[in-house]
Design a protein around this ligand. Sequence first.
Ligand code: F3S
Length: 73
Amino acid sequence: MRKFKVKVDREKCIGCGSCISVCPENFYFKDGKAEVKKEIITEKEYDCNLEAAELCPVDAISIEEIKNKENKE
Ligand code: F3S
């Protein structure tokens, strides 16, 4: 199963909340800015996180695929 790393750049985040409305599974407000619940997500959770990243007006959310031997099945 592919895995991805999700990050919120809290310097960029303006607290608009789109990520939280579209993907409450993995984003929540912490001190007025978004934070991820899980930094490492699986393929199943990817769509929701991607939607959040695409909706963010300041591109504060990044998603990167994790590539290493352990992920090869
Ligand atoms: Fe912040 Fe973007 Fe979410 S501005 S609250 S990371 S949609």
